[in-house]
Design a protein around this ligand. Structure first.
Ligand code: PLP
Length: 398
């Protein structure tokens, strides 16, 4: 019997899929679960985009494409990056891949050396794949804590303390999963100054760039001196409600040829049909996209207003993305839950409301209490019903 490598055990996972499985099992038993656990847009992909895919099928666009993507999509993505980030990106700086996620490992692979003590700083709480891939690729994960006292961002002081001579890369994610926090222009400028001073790459995970509610989206790449050291990443998944189509795009001139080689070595290319569809998504009518963002904003407001009425819950208003990150420390005390995970489990089992716990996004931040994450990928009517059930759960114990 062959052995399994030691390094595979370093890989983590995304627990949203584990909880989703629990939900699916309950639903199979006939239980009506309100599911707020996954960041999967509940909208169908807009019709014009689907039609572009159908046209691609009819035109026999069924084969491999260049590993860095079809020229039309790289041109459209370069235009989109340039216009929305106020930077100059050329089509040859762009690589297309199978979603936003692969760029995380491609970039860590290209910018750190295995087992050499190279450090990557990443936000905690944060998208669990950051820590998983840093460890999996033999680099050293250095968490940067997000704090409520700093609007669920890290402080520049904390960043300075996290940097060492081994730091190779800083991962930023604004708007942020799971907190919905957004880095302001002045914060980005302060971070940029530190990265330039210490010669650090930035992986800027901008997959929620279009879902920014209260201020226009800002990328660190637009701070002078940052474009060349920023791996700017966005994807079709959330923006156009295309999670299953698997298309993402990155821009960085120096890194593009290396990332292209990684695509050749892994997926060969992103699906041709999906790439054709994303050209239409980027260049076609934007009305459906604007409507989706407006609905996410309304849903955010329903959650925030609802939580104000529920004892034991306090919640920052997220500036973007599709998540709500309430502090439930008091709610845990009222309900007799040991921690956020027990709260999440009992809410699911006793009241059939599914969410994720903070521990699904990295170790709890010391002194920050207990949190859970709700996704806004459900209709407002379901959110209201969910809020009623959460209210009932907590008040039952008062
Ligand atoms: N980055 C962040 C912060 C995410 O939240 C997600 C998905 O939830 C991704 C990347 C992955 O996006 P994709 O589905 O396009 O691979």
């Amino acid at each position: 019997m062959g052995t399994i490598s030691n390094r595979i055990s370093e890989l983590g996972t995304e627990n949203a899929f584990v909880v989703l499985n629990e939900v699916k099992q309950m639903q199979a038993r006939g239980i009506e679960v309100l599911n707020f656990c996954i960041g999967q847009p509940d909208f169908c992909t807009p019709e014009n985009i689907c039609n572009a895919a159908k046209a691609a099928i009819d035109a026999c666009k069924h084969g491999y494409t260049p590993s860095n993507g079809i020229p039309e999509l790289r041109k459209a993505a370069a235009g989109m990056f340039s216009e929305t980030r106020n930077v100059a990106v050329a089509p040859e700086d762009v690589v297309i891949a199978c979603g936003g996620k692969p760029f995380i490992w491609y970039s860590i692979y290209a910018l750190t050396d295995h087992g050499q003590g190279d450090e990557v700083i990443y936000p905690n709480p944060g998208f669990p794949i950051y820590q998983s891939m840093i460890k999996g690729l033999g680099a050293v994960p250095v968490p940067l804590y997000l704090r409520e006292s700093n609007h669920l961002n890290f402080t520049v002081d904390d960043l300075r303390k996290a940097i060492s001579p081994r730091t190779r890369m800083l991962i930023l994610n604004s708007p942020h999963n799971p907190t919905g926090s957004v880095l302001s222009r002045s914060e980005l400028e302060a971070i940029a100054e530190i990265c330039i001073e210490n010669d650090i790459w930035v992986y800027s995970d901008e997959v929620y760039s279009r879902i920014s509610f209260d201020a226009p989206f800002e990328s660190i790449a637009s701070v002078p001196g940052m474009l060349e050291r920023t791996v700017m990443v966005d994807c079709a998944s959330k923006t156009y409600s295309m999670t299953g189509w698997r298309v993402g795009y990155m821009a960085n001139r120096k890194l593009a040829p290396h990332i292209t080689r990684l695509v050749t070595n892994s997926d060969s290319c992103a699906p041709y049909i999906s790439q054709e569809a994303v050209v239409e998504a980027m260049t076609g009518d934007q009305t459906d996209i604007e409507n989706m963002v407006a609905r996410y904003k309304r849903r955010r407001d329903v959650f925030i207003d609802g939580f104000k009425e529920i004892p034991g819950i306090q919640c920052h208003k997220p500036g973007g993305a599709i998540y709500i990150w309430p502090n439930i420390t008091e709610a845990c005390k009222i309900t007799g839950c040991r921690d956020s995970e027990e709260f999440r489990r009992r809410l699911l089992e006793e009241h059939h409301v599914a969410c994720l716990a903070d521990i699904h996004f990295g170790p709890r931040v010391p002194g920050e209490g207990q949190h859970v994450r709700f996704s806004c990928a459900s209709a407002a009517v379901e959110i209201r019903e969910g809020l009623e059930r959460i209210n009932a759960f907590i008040r039952k114990h008062m």
